[in-house]
Design a protein around this ligand. Sequence first.
Ligand code: AMP
Length: 281
Amino acid sequence: MRTVRAVTDLREALRPARRAERTIGLVPTMGALHEGHLSLLGAARERCDVVVVSLFVNPTQFDEQADLRAYPRDEARDTELAAAAGADLLFAPPAAEVYRPGFATTVHVDGVTEVLEGEHRGVAHFDGVATVVTKLLNMVGPDVAFFGQKDAQQALVVRRLVTDLDLPVEIDVRPTVREPDGLALSSRNARLAPAERRRALALSRALDAARAAYAAGERDAAALTGAARAAMVPFALEPEYLALVHPETLAPLATVDGDGALLAVAARVGSTRLIDNALLT
Ligand code: AMP
């Protein structure tokens, strides 16, 4: 695996593959790689001839400077893990390579960005995501880009911009990878103190409770979210939001019909903000 930091080097490294019409897969990450990222790399390895992983802690998508400062960074470890997972190229640009002097363009997606994370983190978060993902797709030019269902709203935002801007790439969204007890893997989990780690289980337990109610035939949104909220009580964790929405439009639902639903939850455990979700189908 080679590491490149400049866009010109990245394009040069990919030129032979592109000429030979070999398929290129991209896994965009902010580093601090875990099994969730590695499952995306595994999917890319399975589907594509050349696998590129990008590692860039994008400052413009952080709505809290403290979160950006505390975000875990360990490029040496990430390099080892990405190589072991079969990546061919690690693209790790410095911020100055991504945002050059005079940078003045923002990709803004309406609609799906306005609720859930967009409502609570502010519009700048998904503007930052949409802009950097568009740039990464243009820099790498992949045939397929891989994203995690863990960030369900982000995946919808990316699908929207790829469709609307006619970007020639397929978006492949893969299931959330969890710890054995159910906690969704996240780079931010590393910041949880032991007592916080136990309380963090409230999120996946809430989703489990709603899933069980749904499997038992419950279709009323208030009853489903009520079951989820009740499961969080023993953990003394108040969700920032817990919402049952349409899986594609993210419009709030009163009852679940044949389209199914997305149950999305966010909560702050100490100073660490966690998100999780379940598809009810
Ligand atoms: P991040 O480094 O947090 O920006 O995540 C990079 C990619 O990995 C995104 O597409 C995430 O949705 C995905 N991802 C993060 N956590 C998980 C997980 N637990 N399971 C599957 N994919 C994940």
